[in-house]
Design a protein around this ligand. Structure first.
Ligand SMILES: Nc1ncnc2c1ncn2[C@@H]1O[C@H](COP(=O)(O)OP(=O)(O)OP(=O)(O)O)[C@@H](O)[C@H]1O
Ligand SMILES: [Mg+2]
Length: 457
């Protein structure tokens, strides 16, 4: 996959263009040439450039005219204008039209190099700022992942190993377990971290809209498409695209997505032009995709394309060890936000937090702590502050087979212990076989074989 910064050099003076190409490609950039303004505009329609360096005085169409049209097509690409010493006024006009900077001819090569580097930094800052703005509603720095339970440790170790690779990843987890947080961690710990992290929720929009959101559309592609729009794939160029709730994608869209992943190219809705994209794809789901494949509602070929690696985020109730840490972490955040002097949790409050079911997982815990901070009556948060009903510890033993009942109950043949353990686990996962296999630490195939032996499946 191409990681190089691609620069379009536009100059109708062939000798100058060739010289620039040799020089700038020597600095490690990939150069595409255009011999005049209209060729440049066509090139911008066809592929994504990170930067454009353009002469302002060209014969067929002026640099200013080309600049205006390029900006209308894609306002994000920085354009550096080259101008003769005598025409600084035109350069100022170019800046007003949205050029990033201008350089006078004959070019000062050091200055050119620095201007290119600065333009690239500028782009990164813009991307980061946008991300920062997007995450303002999220209270947390995306990489601030709390967890010391065995399950989370294993998960975070895997994240650290997988992040720098180009591998597609499917993240499994119940709602509110931190799927988006993990997706962000994969992106920010990869070499794509200077590029954009773009997400799309496949469940939130209709099929037609989803297609144009993902791939973009041409002007006039459908009623209301009054101008060309780039899709999320193009927005995520050189970065990561996060497909949230991927299981909700309709089958026809799945086929289209698969094609894009294979070809690394998108075609805008209502258009024919092919745009190459360099994107790493991450997906998240709280459904069992294997089961959906069996039912014929999820494409197996797409699954294998996405599922180079899969990560499972354990539900919060399976990692009670993490609850005090998370609770403290959220307390710190919300007490500052709400300007409240709170020292901590009463022992019974903490006990309750640790033994609740948390169907909404970490998000629910976070909301509970926020409510507690707002309603707090004293320096220590108490059960009433959370508006929780007291729970007793013995209400919530889930372990399929625990050491205690192994000792107190009658001794069973190993095979029977295994059978009971499997059936209890299946009961616990509400019949979800893939999840049961995972919890039992065996493959799904082994599980199916054993079930067949028991006469269950
Ligand atoms: N381990 C963690 N440490 C700190 N914060 C966490 C952790 N896990 C989740 N959170 C926080 O909990 C909230 C929910 O996480 P996130 O949105 O990533 O979950 P999700 O699995 O994508 O949820 P949904 O299925 O509802 O989309 C976020 O504010 C996130 O920052
Ligand atoms: Mg989410």
């Amino acid at each position: 996959m191409n990681q190089k910064t691609t620069i379009l050099v536009v100059d109708d003076d062939m000798a100058h263009r060739t010289m620039l190409k040799a020089l700038v490609s020597g600095w490690g950039y990939e150069i595409i040439e255009a011999d005049d303004g209209s060729t440049a505009i066509e090139a911008v329609k066809e592929r994504l450039f990170d930067l454009i360096i353009m002469d302002i005085r060209m014969v067929r169409i002026s640099g200013i005219e080309a600049l205006t049209q390029i900006k209308a097509l894609n306002s994000a690409i920085p354009v550096i204008i080259m101008t003769a010493y005598s025409s600084v006024e035109t350069a100022v006009k170019a800046l007003r039209e949205g050029a990033y900077d201008y350089l006078t001819k004959p070019l000062d090569f050091d200055k050119l190099k620095i201007t290119i580097e600065r333009a690239m930094e500028h782009i990164q800052l813009k991307v980061e700022n946008r991300l920062l703005k997007e995450s303002l509603g999220h209270y947390l720095n995306r990489q601030n992942i709390i967890g010391k339970s065995a399950g989370m440790k294993y998960l975070l170790e895997t994240v650290a190993r997988v992040a720098p690779s180009e591998a597609s990843v499917i993240i499994y987890g119940e709602s509110g377990t931190g799927k988006e947080l993990i997706a962000g961690a994969l992106h920010y710990n990869s070499h794509r971290n200077k590029g954009p992290f773009v997400k799309i929720n496949c469940a939130a929009i209709t099929e037609t809209l989803l297609e144009s959101e993902l791939f973009g559309h041409e002007k006039g592609a459908f009623t209301g498409a009054d101008r060309r729009k780039e899709g999320r794939f193009v927005q995520a160029h050189h970065g990561t695209l996060f497909l949230d709730e991927v299981s909700e994608m309709p089958l026809t869209m799945q086929a289209k997505l698969l094609r894009v992943l294979q070809e690394r190219e998108v075609v805008r809705v209502g258009g024919e032009k092919v745009v190459s994209v360099d994107v790493r794809v991450l997906a998240a789901t709280n459904k069992d995709l294997m089961e959906m494949i069996e039912k014929g509602v999820f494409r197996e070929d797409l699954y294998y394309r996405l599922n180079v690696v899969n990560l499972h985020i354990p539900p919060l109730k399976d990692r009670a060890d993490d609850i005090p840490l998370l609770a403290e972490h959220f307390l710190e955040i919300f007490k500052v936000r709400n300007n409240r002097e709170i020292k901590g949790f009463s022992p019974s409050a903490m006990e309750n937090l640790m033994h609740s079911e948390w169907p909404g997982n970490v998000r629910e815990l976070m909301n509970t702590i926020e409510r507690g901070v707002i309603l707090a009556r004293s320096e220590y948060l108490d059960i009433e502050d959370f508006q929780m009903t007291p729970k007793f510890i013995d209400e919530v033993v889930h372990a399929p087979i625990s050491a205690e009942n192994g000792v107190t109950e009658e001794i069973l043949p190993l095979e029977e212990v295994e059978r009971q353990s499997i059936l209890k686990t299946l009961d616990f996962t509400q019949g979800n076989k893939s999840e049961a296999a995972r919890k039992l630490g065996i493959t799904r195939k082994t599980l199916l074989k054993k079930l067949k032996n028991y006469g269950v499946a």
